[in-house]
Design a binder for this molecule. Structure first.
Ligand SMILES: Nc1ncnc2c1ncn2[C@@H]1O[C@H](COP(=O)(O)OP(=O)(O)OP(=O)(O)O)[C@@H](O)[C@H]1O
Ligand SMILES: [Mg+2]
Length: 254
């Protein structure tokens, strides 16, 4: 049974379709990287999975349950109450390029807020779990710091920890290392690699080709709102007969 399934999911802004009707599914424990040129629709696809962007058509099926929502005339989500929306988002964790931590909350408070408010954990239980997760990534001593006191790499690792604390079914990453100084990229990729090895189900939009190649089970190549190639890293990275892929890879090296 797939953890997540997209059925003909599409997104149109005005008259421009930025994600063509897309079908996709991911199995438990699978790691899928999404690559492709700027403007291909990678972020739009990811944001729809989390309902940060409302799909123009199609369906999202999470843990075998169709995600139901409706829009009012102002195109706001209505059918899902705010709580149910946050509950859905807790199952589909998202890690952003710019971390999106709450600056006025400590590391610990950033992590326990969701488990307490959405997952209805007690503060004690949420704190215990958060401390365990922080210890695992060597950030326990930072628990009372504010995000601004941490390096970018540490902030991103806290953001990933915050997503993990919700015990998501699938974790989405949108270029999680793109805003980091080069020397800080490694620690974040290392944490993501460990998560992948531990069996987390992950969809990762990335420009880190080495990560896509070495860590993913499957790679999707998007262009102009479509998945135009899909396969194991070997198939995608060693493809010589797909001119679009060849062009994309040579643009990276140029
Ligand atoms: N809110 C919006 N309104 C109108 N057009 C949008 C909106 N968001 C994205 N687009 C357009 O959708 C297309 C796909 O954008 P998207 O951000 O999904 O691409 P991407 O593959 O993530 O690119 P990048 O690698 O630069 O992050 C682009 O042409 C973009 O201009
Ligand atoms: Mg993007």
């Amino acid at each position: 049974m797939p953890v997540l399934e997209l059925v003909n999911l599409s997104k149109t802004f005005g008259t421009k379709t930025v994600v063509q009707p897309t079908n996709f599914s991911i199995q438990k424990g699978e790691v899928v990287s999404v690559i492709g040129p700027s403007g291909a629709g990678k972020s739009s696809l990811l944001r729809m999975i989390n309902l940060l962007e409302i799909p123009s058509s199609g369906q999202i099926i999470l843990d075998d349950k169709p995600v139901s929502y409706a829009l009012n005339r102002a195109h706001q989500l209505t059918f899902l109450s705010k709580f149910r929306l946050s509950k859905f988002r807790s199952k589909v964790g998202m890690v952003f390029q710019h971390f999106n931590l709450w600056e006025h909350k400590t590391v610990l408070d950033n992590i326990i807020e969701g488990p307490i408010k959405v997952n209805k954990k007690s503060k004690r239980e949420a704190t215990r779990h958060a401390e365990e997760l922080l210890a695992r990534v060597g950030l326990l001593e930072k628990k009372n710091d504010y995000p601004g006191m941490l390096s970018g790499g540490q902030q991103q690792r806290v953001a990933i920890t915050r997503a993990l604390a919700m015990e998501p079914s699938v974790l989405l990453f949108d270029e999680p290392t793109s805003s980091l100084d080069p020397e800080l990229v490694g620690e974040v990729l290392q944490m993501m690699t460990k998560l992948a090895e531990d069996g987390m189900t992950m969809i990762v939009v990335t420009h880190e080709m080495r990560f896509a190649r070495q860590v993913s089970d499957r790679v999707l190549y998007m262009e102009e709102g479509r998945i135009v190639a899909e396969g194991t890293p070997e198939v995608i990275f060693e493809s010589r007969d797909n001119p679009r892929l060849t062009r994309f890879f040579s643009s990276l090296h140029g």
